[in-house]
Design a protein around this ligand. Structure first.
Ligand SMILES: *[C@@H]1O[C@H](CO)[C@@H](O)[C@H](O)[C@H]1NC(C)=O
Ligand SMILES: *[C@@H]1O[C@H](CO)[C@@H](O)[C@H](O)[C@H]1NC(C)=O
Ligand SMILES: *[C@@H]1O[C@H](CO)[C@@H](O)[C@H](O)[C@H]1NC(C)=O
Ligand SMILES: *[C@@H]1O[C@H](CO)[C@@H](O)[C@H](O)[C@H]1NC(C)=O
Ligand SMILES: *[C@@H]1O[C@H](CO)[C@@H](O)[C@H](O)[C@H]1NC(C)=O
Ligand SMILES: *[C@@H]1O[C@H](CO)[C@@H](O)[C@H](O)[C@H]1NC(C)=O
Ligand SMILES: *[C@@H]1O[C@H](CO)[C@@H](O)[C@H](O)[C@H]1NC(C)=O
Ligand SMILES: [Cu+2]
Length: 437
């Protein structure tokens, strides 16, 4: 694992290493001691590694910190699976552990296999009865419809992270089981595009091996204005470099069928088409906004997101943005840097296929954070919040037993589509068996 220079020097100069409240050494748990700037961690195989304890404000340094944290998470997750593989039959083992990768590291053929499978879902008939969601025309729309239907009970709730983990996984399973895809769900590393810019990145460059690119340029766009409800200050976001219909790449001809429900426009207004469930076919629009990516989801933001919060409450709120803080977190940073329609719509955002690359990175960020304190963060202490958006209206706390149901998004090949929170906290147990490279 690579060690960035300033931190290595701190270690070499003999920074005082305080023993952490020593956890009893046990199988597949890392023991940790804390220095002023780095943590020295002993891996299950006895090797030691150092990890940063605070995000560098230099994004180049922070990028290296993120790589170190991700490498640590990979090693620990893999060795936990290896250890439990010896003890059990079935379940998640090294033999069927799947690895999710960053889009740019996939070969051209792998990227095209992914976008072809998405186009297959877009071409397949919906499972949602048209009596319930008349606008859901495709299998892809089953996912969009489920997200619209549950929006107010899956954001700023105790289920936010687990719901979106299960949702993204179910989409990946649909690509595999219903569209012949043999790869895994790729992710979008925001820290990288903050450095390179979105427009020329392998994800958004508009080529045949991208996720399609920018929308056609629209002139005279103003700011997008978020929130302002409930006495909270508004957040103004700048417009991007596109704004119109996506002009090239695999999703050039795609029809967005559902929504809008709460779509921020670049003249400061927000529009909806009723409940967004009727058939409203239109082109996929994007308004790539690298400035938003750079401001809210740069390498420093991501490392800060992983290292600063010690409790799940803080982790979730930092990620979605504390209301009134002016920050939209890495979650909002990714969504709003895509821009356009449905990219700027909290309800309909899965209507842009790149949603799933964004949410895989959200999930990866949570996964890394969980592995820094695996036992607590995949147990009851890893849940906070209630069943309603910012607990409005008030609702019971989310617990290990809270059910998560993806409705018609769930593949009919699964007999019981409902899992509990306790099934969804680890990526290598319950229905899941994957890690991130
Ligand atoms: C996981 O561990 C196994 C066994 O120790 C090893 O062969 C494999 O390369 C590891 N995989 C990754 C992705 O690190
Ligand atoms: C992994 O493979 C085992 C044995 O082949 C199987 O029993 C188990 O259900 C699989 N687990 C997952 C999560 O696919
Ligand atoms: C878009 O549709 C046109 C006309 O049906 C077709 O020729 C073209 O190949 C399609 N492009 C993509 C990227 O699917
Ligand atoms: C903003 O643009 C939309 C769509 O063009 C239009 O319907 C709406 O009236 C405009 N709102 C304002 C405040 O200009
Ligand atoms: C990078 O992210 C940090 C933390 O979110 C933020 O304070 C900083 O302003 C961002 N950098 C840029 C260049 O916007
Ligand atoms: C719900 O969670 C809050 C915050 O953790 C806690 O203060 C409260 O006691 C919990 N309520 C119940 C009924 O468990
Ligand atoms: C929408 O959500 C409600 C409440 O969770 C559920 O009863 C209903 O079946 C859902 N409708 C669809 C079409 O998924
Ligand atoms: Cu969502």
């Amino acid at each position: 694992m690579h060690l960035n220079a300033p931190l290595a020097i701190t270690l070499l100069l003999g920074a005082v290493v305080h023993a952490a409240p020593a956890p009893a050494p046990q199988d597949s748990a890392a023991t940790t001691s804390v220095a002023s700037e780095v943590t020295t961690t002993t891996l299950p195989d006895g090797a030691t590694t150092t990890l940063p304890v605070a995000a560098s404000t230099d994004t180049a340094v922070a990028s290296g910190q993120l790589d170190d944290l991700a490498a640590f998470a990979l090693t620990l997750a893999n060795s936990s699976v290896a250890a439990s593989s010896k003890q059990k039959r079935g379940g998640c083992t090294l033999a069927n552990l799947s690895i999710r990768r960053e889009w740019g590291t996939l070969s051209s053929a792998e990227r095209e296999a992914y976008t072809s499978a998405v186009n297959c879902l877009l071409a397949k008939n919906a499972n949602t009865p048209s009596s319930l969601i008349p606008g859901a025309k495709s299998r892809f729309d089953d996912f969009v419809g489920t997200h619209i239907n549950q929006t107010m009970t899956i954001h700023y709730t105790g289920t936010f992270l687990a719901w979106h983990r299960y949702f993204t996984w179910s989409y990946e399973q649909a690509l595999r089981n219903e569209c012949g895809y043999t790869g895994t769900q790729p992710y979008w590393n925001w820290a990288q595009t903050a450095q390179t810019g979105l427009e020329t990145s392998p994800i958004f460059d508009g080529s045949a091996t991208s996720m399609s690119g920018n929308g056609a340029q629209v002139s005279g766009e103003g700011d997008v204005v978020l929130g302002g409800g409930g006495g909270l200050p508004e957040i103004d976001l700048p417009p991007g470099t596109g704004g119109g219909c996506v002009t090239s790449g695999p999703f050039k001809n795609m029809s967005v069928n559902l929504g809008p429900v709460s779509l921020g426009l670049t003249n400061g207004s927000t529009i909806s088409n009723g409940d967004g469930l009727t058939y409203n076919p239109r082109c996929l629009k994007r308004d790539l906004t690298t400035a938003i990516n750079q401001r809210y989801a740069n390498a420093t933001s991501v490392v800060h997101q992983i290292l600063k919060p010690q409790e799940i409450y803080d982790f979730q709120m930092t990620m979605q943005g504390y209301p009134g803080s002016g920050d939209i977190g890495v979650h909002g940073g990714g969504h709003y840097s895509i821009g356009g329609d449905p990219g700027r719509d909290l309800f309909v955002s899965p209507g842009d296929p790149v949603f799933y690359l964004h949410h895989a990175m959200i999930d990866r960020t949570w996964w890394i954070w969980q592995l820094l304190d695996l036992k607590d963060r995949t147990g009851a202490a890893g849940i906070s919040g209630t069943g309603t958006f910012l607990n409005s209206p008030p609702s019971p706390n989310t617990t290990m037993d809270t059910p998560i149901d993806l409705g018609y998004a769930t593949s009919p090949i699964y007999a019981n589509p409902t899992y509990k929170m306790s099934d969804l906290l680890s990526t290598t147990s319950g229905p899941f068996c994957y890690i991130y490279l």
